[in-house]
Design a protein around this ligand. Structure first.
Ligand code: FAD
Length: 486
């Protein structure tokens, strides 16, 4: 524990953000860094409470009190060693994790929790700055080869760990650049892409090979991979978006959120978007869906210069007493007013979209919506809804972005051809903790297995899967497990 009385002396400091009007002029990150004195005070607030709920609240099992103490003492080298022992990519989680560790912080019982996420970001950035982060090649190579399909956080974490164990790792990515949703999906203003490129470059120096524009099952033969690699990890994410099959769905101007977001990532990189531009500039935009993806559409639309942005969620405005029972994406909405909401948008809960209304040329000109009333069951869960009489209305809009979550991974191509079993939600079936599919040499990690989730879970699954693959290949593994389970 750094300072015994720290939690009594200091209040939580939230990092400053650039003014909303200013940050809307660009796509860069806008959360300002703490001064060193502020990080030190935040670390001093950690009570080292004996039973570190923060650590169990973190899907990676980050050893938070220990790195807080090192930060308080100004030992950044030790802090980064502790942090990197459980998390391959703190530079990602330190920026975009919803920080379940902070929700679990014991100080949060009667004060604001420690700003763990910010501390994490500072540790890793200072470690890069001071040159503590260096490419490390394994001392011994095992001669075994592993193919990782998908280069999102799950695939990257698995690749990093397996390479560390001495296996030869090749990562196949169907996009032109590695990173998965870190690269194409999550807007640059939440996570600048130089942060992703810096990590990929380091991994390449460590010996990991990335093969981009390689869509396994389409332009890369699965049988070749099955022949050439002793194990394969499926880490292709959950990519099939939930649709809204209302009348007029084919109107020009109704798009899936991911098509819109990915295009903007490409523009920021200076790449061609490929296909017709989807832009919010000068338009009344309606975002349907209240989760992270919807929020990212709001921030992007405002940066593109939308005339107005409105977000609708079909679930009811959550009530405090129902928090714990709320399914995704409802519960984060209760907890979160995201930075994109701060930048400006109208929000509506309990709103159902009934029709996309077209003009004579097939262009979207309005949406017909209606307010709905939810029947809440004895446990506080919303069950069925009925329309509220007299609330049906047509709202003019020229762009609708569908951000209602993702159903499961794409089955055609890779998954169908491999013949891996799927669970009842359509995700790749591989038991948590084992990560092995019905085909012994094939494992699965991240959203492809658990469904749409979080970056921190993807990293956690990538690490755990790597350990299981290592055991499968070698009969044992010295890679760490978050639970310390052999
Ligand atoms: P992905 O990141 O989806 O990566 C899968 C990769 O596999 C993709 O690059 C894909 O092209 C590739 N691939 C698929 N099939 C093949 C194939 N056959 N051959 C080769 N390559 C293939 N989480 C957070 O924690 N914080 C956030 O702020 C946040 N914001 C989000 C915003 C948006 C818009 C979205 C959609 C998600 C967000 N998430 C966020 C969720 C998070 O991004 C995902 O949970 C995480 O990226 C999943 O990682 P993954 O490695 O399993 O899959």
């Amino acid at each position: 524990m750094g300072k015994v009385t720290g939690f009594l002396e200091f209040e939580r400091t939230a990092p400053l953000k650039e003014d909303a009007k200013e940050r809307l002029k660009h796509y860069n990150e806008f959360v300002k860094n703490f001064e060193l004195e502020e990080v030190n005070k935040e670390a001093a607030r950690c009570m080292d409470c004996g039973v570190p709920f923060c650590q169990s609240g973190c899907p990676l099992g980050n050893v938070i009190p220990e790195f807080n103490e090192a930060v308080y003492k100004g030992d950044w080298h030790l802090a980064s060693t502790i942090l990197l022992s459980t998390n391959n990519f703190p530079e990602f989680t330190g920026r975009i994790c919803p920080a379940p560790c902070e929700s679990a912080c014991v100080l949060g019982i009667n004060k604001s929790p420690v700003s763990i996420e910010e501390i994490e970001k500072h540790i890793i950035e200072i470690a890069f700055e001071k040159g503590y982060i260096k490419a490390e090649q394994p001392l011994i190579r095992t001669g075994k080869k592993v193919a990782v399909i998908g280069s999102g956080p799950a695939g990257l974490a698995a690749a990093a760990q397996l390479n560390r164990a001495g296996h030869e790792v090749v990562v196949y990515e169907r996009d032109d650049t590695p990173g998965g949703l870190l690269n194409y999906g999550i807007p640059d203003f939440k996570l600048q892409k130089d942060v992703v490129t810096r990590r990929i470059a380091l991994m390449e120096k460590e010996g990991i090979v990335f093969k981009c524009n390689s869509n396994v099952g389409v332009n890369v033969e699965i049988n070749t991979l099955l022949r050439d690699y002793q194990s394969i990890i499926l880490a292709g994410g959950s990519t099939i978006p939930r649709d809204l099959p209302a009348t007029g769905r084919d109107a020009k101007g109704v798009h899936f959120a991911m098509d819109f977001l990915k295009q903007q990532n490409k523009r920021v990189k200076g790449f061609a978007v490929g296909g017709e531009d989807i832009l919010a500039t000068g338009k009344d935009v309606i975002v349907i869906g209240g989760g992270d993806t919807g929020s990212d559409c709001i921030g992007t639309s405002n940066r593109q210069g939308a005339k107005s942005v409105t977000q609708f969620e079909i679930m009811p405005m959550p009530a405090e007493k129902r928090t714990n029972n709320m399914p995704w994406p409802t519960y984060p909405m209760l907890l979160k007013v995201t930075s994109s909401h701060e930048e400006g948008c109208e929000r509506g809960w309990g709103v159902n979209t009934k029709e996309f209304i077209k003009d004579e040329n097939g262009n979207l000109k309005a949406v017909k919506v209606v307010d709905v009333e939810w029947e809440i069951d004895a446990n506080g869960r919303p069950m069925n809804f009925k329309e509220k009489a007299g609330t049906e209305r047509d709202l003019p809009c020229q762009l609708v972005l569908l951000a209602m979550g993702f159903l499961h991974p794409q089955k055609e191509g890779l998954i169908e051809k491999l013949g891996v079993e799927l669970d009842n939600r359509g995700n790749v079936k591989a038991e948590e903790g084992k990560y092995q599919t019905n085909i012994a040499k094939i494992f699965a990690a991240g959203d492809v297995r658990r469904g749409q989730s979080l970056v921190v879970w993807a990293i956690s699954e990538g690490r755990e899967t790597a350990r299981k693959v290592d055991q499968y290949l070698m009969g044992h593994s010295s890679l760490p497990s978050k639970d310390g389970i052999p």
